[in-house]
Design a protein around this ligand. Sequence first.
Ligand code: NAP
Length: 264
Amino acid sequence: MGIAIVTGASSGIGEAFIKLIAGEDYEKIWVIARREDKLLALAEAYGKEKIVPVSADLTDPSSIDIISRKLSEEKPVIELLINCAGMGKRGTVEDNSLEDITDTIELNCVALTRLTKVCIPYMITEGRTFKTGPRILNIASSAAFLPQPGFNVYAASKAYVESFSRALQFELRKHNIGVTTVCPGPVKTGFLKKATDNKAGEFTGIRALCAADPDKLAKASYKACKRGRGLYVYKISQKALHVASKIIPSAWILWVEKVTMKQF
Ligand SMILES: NC(=O)c1ccc[n+]([C@@H]2O[C@H](COP(=O)([O-])OP(=O)(O)OC[C@H]3O[C@@H](n4cnc5c(N)ncnc54)[C@H](OP(=O)(O)O)[C@@H]3O)[C@@H](O)[C@H]2O)c1
């Protein structure tokens, strides 16, 4: 038995992961996000002895230092790390604030990388096979497949997550640690509302048709992660987009994106 660490646990997909793994054989689950009340509610719902709330703003580099210190004091075995915290702001680079742009990169790329780095030593254990070894599950997005005018920094940050995680999969194989990169398309969470500063609450048009349920996504991703899958693109619509992004000239797709960029 070891512990699980989940970022972005206070809502949406991260919360769905907590619901899913609360009954699994983890000694403790460290739940990380800023909203402490939400984390305390998780402890209330799933057991205070199991759920360990860690309230932290991951855009602040010192937050990873605090988590790193907690790890070196407690020296747990980490069985599962889920990097789910993420943000994005709709709009062009010209229009978005410098703070939003910086926070997106700090949270989606820097914090994810630094947290992974400080967790790896606690995942390396003797006598494990790949089948039963520890797991890292990183939430990227189908936004990683192509540049996105109007959601530029977010898509670029997720391309980083995909590239980083897929290479990490090969780097950590020798320790029997599995790394799964999950690429969902639109998911029905509060993400869109925050991304549009409350201008849009729900996906419309084609995005509404392929929007995923967070609980189903968490369940399928966790299964893929346990199986040691490297890349998991969720839903047939996103698989099609993934294939299209490899074979259709990106300039054509970018043109379509530019035409549709005002739609959510
Ligand atoms: N929803 C979608 O359509 C969609 C599609 C593809 C990929 N994704 C990805 O899925 C992941 C989860 O998003 P979601 O859809 O579940 O949205 P969400 O409900 O907005 O969840 C975002 C999570 O990240 C945490 N977070 C945000 N800023 C943070 C910060 N500065 N420090 C620490 N934690 C922070 C939030 O907690 P606090 O606010 O309490 O800090 C929350 O728990 C993200 O990486 C997102 O990019 C989402």
